[in-house]
Design a protein around this ligand. Structure first.
Ligand SMILES: Cc1cc2nc3c(=O)[nH]c(=O)nc-3n(C[C@H](O)[C@H](O)[C@H](O)COP(=O)(O)OP(=O)(O)OC[C@H]3O[C@@H](n4cnc5c(N)ncnc54)[C@H](O)[C@@H]3O)c2cc1C
Length: 167
């Protein structure tokens, strides 16, 4: 976790001003450290995630700028050269989340945890028009993340059984 810059400012740039973060916090995962199948022998697989606001501008120029920014910080902290050793590079941003996952404004984590979208104020899992149609997944209850998305399946099935008993 690179929580080495101003958290408050980054949060404001996500939730309030909705712009690319000036000096982003980010997280890095190196799955090849525990799973040798995710990179060729002698290489590493690095995954970097920068949280951003949904729906903002997404261009190749911006992606390059942010990759350069975060990799430079990683190099400085880890005291090792990364940039010159990159063999394969792929980036996923708003465009891909929209095109490949049909995701609203290209969001990656479902509904934002704002007051008006929390607990009972979350959208209903029951379709208001189609009888016996129930939604599951990270956009429903309890929310984003793999465990909650799986739990939502249990909640959806319980809701459906209740609906079916009524009919
Ligand atoms: C970069 C990243 C890192 C994450 N890290 C973690 C983590 O460490 N731990 C954790 O618990 N969670 C993590 N999450 C969150 C977790 O991945 C999600 O909450 C979870 O996958 C949501 O599952 P889901 O089934 O609701 O939706 P999804 O997995 O998004 O599945 C929805 C599917 O529906 C498809 N679809 C969309 N529209 C249509 C349509 N009209 N017709 C047919 N199919 C359609 C999409 O293509 C997609 O395959 C991470 C998410 C991201 C993006």
């Amino acid at each position: 976790m690179f929580f080495d810059t101003d958290f408050k400012k980054h949060a404001e740039e996500i939730y309030d001003t909705k712009e690319w973060p000036t000096d982003p916090l980010f997280y890095v995962c190196c799955p090849s450290k525990t799973d040798p199948t995710v990179a060729p022998e002698g290489s590493e697989n690095l995954f970097i995630l920068i949280p951003i606001a949904p729906g903002i501008a997404d261009t190749e120029f911006i992606r390059k700028k942010y990759l350069e920014m975060v990799v430079s910080r990683m190099e400085k902290t880890c005291k090792t050269s990364i940039k010159e050793n990159i063999i394969v590079q792929e980036s996923y941003c708003i465009k891909e989340f929209k095109e490949e996952y049909n995701s609203y404004k290209g969001n990656a984590y479902g509904l934002a945890n704002t007051y008006m979208q929390t607990a009972v104020l979350k959208p209903s899992m029951l379709n208001p028009k189609i009888k016996n149609m129930v939604y599951a997944g990270q956009l429903t209850v309890p929310g984003p993340g793999l465990p909650p998305a799986i739990i939502s399946g249990q909640i959806a099935s319980a809701l459906l059984l209740k609906q079916l008993k009524k009919t």
